[in-house]
Design a protein around this ligand. Structure first.
Ligand code: PHE
Length: 465
């Protein structure tokens, strides 16, 4: 489209915005805190060195994470556009257009399969509510569930409707309002489950395992996975924070907000580690460290076994899956918000039309992922089912490329001075300026290339992560 420059904003319509810092922080933290914190973080930490993983993770949040959140927010707020328009604002070249589109397409591809997993979580939550504690802890419960195309599709649609409804209500009434309520509830529920887990007999060994360095598990992969996890967990390099930045008012401090988002996201990740690792130790005793390596199935297979064998199984099952559901919902809202915003800005659609149009694509792609374990079980892409394929292509391939595009945009077009001007616009000092400049100039791109190459080699079986 040649007239894509004429967005709603250019036409003089007011762009939606968050009410203030709390609104932005709650929405961005809601995006960041999700399935990544609750099932991915604890199992990676357990597998790759416990406390060492945690330290590498924290350092990378403070350096890379900080650089990307700040850069994306700055780019969004400066241009008041979603990713495509934001990149184009700095130059009308093919490279700018590529950088913008890759950032815009990632959330469009993640939202559908992420919501399929959201549907699984809903199914578990409702099954616990119906008292099926023993059934869910059974050996084949999970496999039986995902091999039924109708159930998986049904729960995906329920989750999808929840997400679409919030987006329909807009930025302040939908995204911001929902995140403001859900985030505090999430923190409280996490603390409840954590206390439950950590007080089971035998749990202390799990706490030690999580906080004491396991040097025999430390390897090169500790670094690669910790940094990769950090990007995923903070929702970096997915165009989301550019979109959210574009809704941020200019009197809000970028640095303060960024720090708070980092804090909340890390808090929930650590709490999740304390929910899962001690419970697994309490249940499996000496076999716990082996079980923890099960990874992805931990949340849907191992945790229900743990709940099924301990007191208050039903109540804690409900609370745990409710908490995971809320975390997943605010993340999927952010994914869809970013997608819808691109449709509004680039195709000049009104919000309801953009929501319905993207909603259609989302349901189709989500259905492919839902049916990939059953009806479409024979269809494989690069040897993966649909869900794994979408996960791989977005997180392992496109995300590092999108992050490189952001760093290049900062270095070449926005300039470090431009970043500083935007960060200090409200009069606040740019405290971590030295860290920012150093990391964006010398470290980020090199590490992103390493992550990209390692994950691709891993997918093709050349190395094992
Ligand atoms: N950050 C989310 C999590 O930890 C996942 C996510 C990734 C959400 C990308 C939005 C975009 O689960």
């Amino acid at each position: 489209m040649s007239n894509t420059e004429t967005t709603a904003v250019d036409k003089g319509e007011k762009r939606a915005s968050f009410t203030g810092r709390i609104g932005y922080v709650m929405a961005a933290a809601g995006s960041a805190i999700g399935l990544g914190n609750i099932w991915r973080f604890p199992y990676l930490a357990a597998k790759y060195g416990g406390a060492v993983f945690l330290i590498v993770y924290l350092i990378s949040v403070y350096t890379f994470g900080y650089v990307l959140i700040t850069s994306e927010t700055v780019i969004g707020r400066k241009t008041k556009k979603s990713p495509v328009g934001a990149f184009r604002h700095f130059g009308n070249t093919k490279a700018h257009s590529f950088g913008g589109w890759i950032n815009a397409i990632i959330p469009m591809l993640i939202a559908p399969y992420y919501s399929v997993i959201g549907g699984w979580v809903l199914y578990y939550m409702f099954s616990y509510m119906q008292g099926q504690v023993k059934e869910l802890g059974g050996d084949n419960a999970f496999t039986n569930f995902i091999s039924s195309g109708t159930s998986v599709e049904f729960w995906f649609l329920v989750f999808a409707v929840c997400t679409i409804a919030v987006i329909f209500f807009g930025v302040q009434n939908g995204v911001e309002r929902v995140s403001k309520v859900l985030l505090p509830v999430l923190v409280v529920l996490s603390v409840v489950v954590c206390i439950y887990s950590c007080t089971r007999p035998g749990a202390i060994d799990g706490i030690k395992y999580f906080f004491i360095p396991q040097m025999q598990n430390v390897s090169w992969m500790t670094f690669v996975t910790a940094i990769g996890q950090m990007f995923y967990s903070l929702s970096c390099a997915m165009g989301i924070l550019i979109t959210y930045g574009s809704y941020m008012k200019r009197d809000v401090s970028i640095e303060k907000s960024t720090t708070q988002v980092e804090f909340f996201d890390t808090l929930i990740a650590v709490l999740a580690g304390l929910m899962i690792i001690p419970a697994v130790f309490a249940f499996y005793g000496n076999d716990a460290s082996q079980t923890l390596k099960a990874g992805p199935s931990l949340m849907f297979i191992t945790m229900p076994k743990v709940f099924g064998s301990m007191g208050f199984g039903m109540a804690i099952g409900i609370v745990f899956f409710l908490l995971v559901f809320l975390a997943a919902l605010t993340s999927s809202i952010s994914l869809m918000e970013s997608a819808v915003s691109t449709f509004q800005d680039e195709l000049g659609m009104s919000r309801p039309i953009a929501t319905l149009t993207y909603g259609g694509i989302y349901i189709v792609l989500g259905t492919l992922s839902s049916l990939g374990f059953n009806v479409l079980g024979n269809v494989k892409l690069l040897g993966m089912d649909f869900l794994d394929f979408f996960d791989f292509i977005t997180n392992s391939v496109m995300m590092p490329i999108a992050a490189i595009a952001i760093c290049l945009l900062v270095l070449r077009s926005v300039t470090l001075k431009g970043v500083e001007d935007e960060v200090t616009y409200d009069g606040a000092p740019f405290r971590r300026k030295k860290v920012y400049n150093f990391v964006v100039k010398y470290v980020c791109i090199a590490f992103l290339v390493i992550i990209l190459v390692s994950s691709v080699l891993n997918a093709f079986g050349v190395i094992h992560m």
